[in-house]
Design a protein around this ligand. Structure first.
Ligand SMILES: NC(=O)c1ccc[n+]([C@@H]2O[C@H](COP(=O)([O-])OP(=O)(O)OC[C@H]3O[C@@H](n4cnc5c(N)ncnc54)[C@H](OP(=O)(O)O)[C@@H]3O)[C@@H](O)[C@H]2O)c1
Length: 285
């Protein structure tokens, strides 16, 4: 029986990246739908849950993606609302690679030593990756600050994550490079999760900071988010700090993403979101 993955995207076009990884993770066929909302997803979910016999339902799964974390969370919940005993399929949430990328980055940082009690700053943390990474750092016991160019966006992201995970994150406004330098002044851990191709810190702004122990940067599109590092850095020492570049931890991200897709087809009851994806990342790191 063919393994079918239905890719439900909150953006108008289903993510090509997610389609490729879905095939690489073991799906035989990937069917993408864009522009999905809680209001228009009902018939699609019903088509997925009613079509196969109970023992065969594990061969149908749903992947929720898109660039908006809040919209992804709502769609993920809406999909599961249509499930009832005997009629459900496995489902995963990974808007813009949020869970898998954040989990890989934080798992790699945690592999270098305990994060408990450390001061962590997630730079430009309002995107899907930054929000989930901030949660995972907090769950590891770090004291986490999340920056944005506007206080309103930082506050909204922290409130959304508090509502979903009950973690306390501190929002701050850091509108430019100078204010981001101030934001990381007392940080032990810096994780940059800014948009592709945006430099958030220059080399001079972090290299002589005596408090920073570890840094990671999710942006693999030059210029990188943290100037003076290499995207291939795999936990190497630069200026006395442990550095993870986007591709350096991206290998784990891809392996993790594929492993999650494979897991969706193990049975029809998998619900993969930040908690279990992060747990798997720590096993694999
Ligand atoms: N390494 C990997 O395996 C991997 C996998 C997936 C994604 N990624 C990368 O991870 C990063 C985060 O992904 P994402 O989808 O969460 O990012 P995103 O939503 O595209 O952007 C994150 C934040 O960057 C800030 N930003 C945008 N333009 C900016 C500018 N000109 N100056 C300063 N800040 C700016 C915005 O925050 P405010 O508007 O609130 O300031 C935005 O919310 C991206 O670089 C992405 O390419 C890496």
């Amino acid at each position: 029986m063919k393994k079918l993955l239905f890719q439900f995207d909150t953006d108008s076009h289903p993510s090509v990246f997610d389609t490729v990884v879905a095939y690489d993770g073991g799906a035989d066929h990937v069917i993408g739908h864009g522009g999905l909302t809680p209001e228009n997803v009902t018939a699609l979910v019903e088509g997925a849950i009613f079509t196969r016999a109970p023992k065969d339902k594990k061969n149908t799964a749903i992947f929720v993606g898109g660039s908006n974390m809040a919209a992804g969370q709502q769609l993920f919940i809406a999909v599961q609302r249509h499930f009832f005993p005997g009629f459900q399929v496995s489902v995963m949430l990974d808007s813009n690679g949020s869970n898998t990328t954040a989990a890989a980055a934080v798992a790699k940082l945690a592999s270098n030593g305990s994060l408990a009690g450390k001061k962590a700053v997630v730079l430009a943390g309002t995107g899907p990756v930054g929000q989930r990474a901030a949660v995972m750092l907090a769950q590891e016991g770090a004291e986490v600050t999340l920056t944005s160019r506007t206080l309103a966006r930082a506050t909204q992201a922290c409130q959304d994550m508090k509502a979903r995970f009950n973690v306390d994150l501190t929002p701050i406004e850091a509108a430019d490079s100078k204010s981001r330098e101030v934001a990381i002044k007392n940080a032990n851990i810096v994780l940059a999760t800014g948009a592709a191709g945006i430099e958030l810190l220059t080399p001079e702004q972090w290299q002589n900071n005596p408090n920073i122990e570890m840094m990671a940067d999710a942006n693999a599109t030059p210029p990188l988010g943290i100037g003076g590092i290499d995207m291939m850095d795999k936990g190497i020492d630069r200026h006395g700090k442990i550095i993870w570049g986007a591709i350096g931890f991206g290998t784990l991200k891809l392996a993790l993403h594929r492993a999650c897709i494979a897991k969706l087809f193990e049975d029809n009851k998998q619900v993969l979101d930040a908690e279990n994806i992060f747990a798997l990342a720590k096993e694999m790191a």
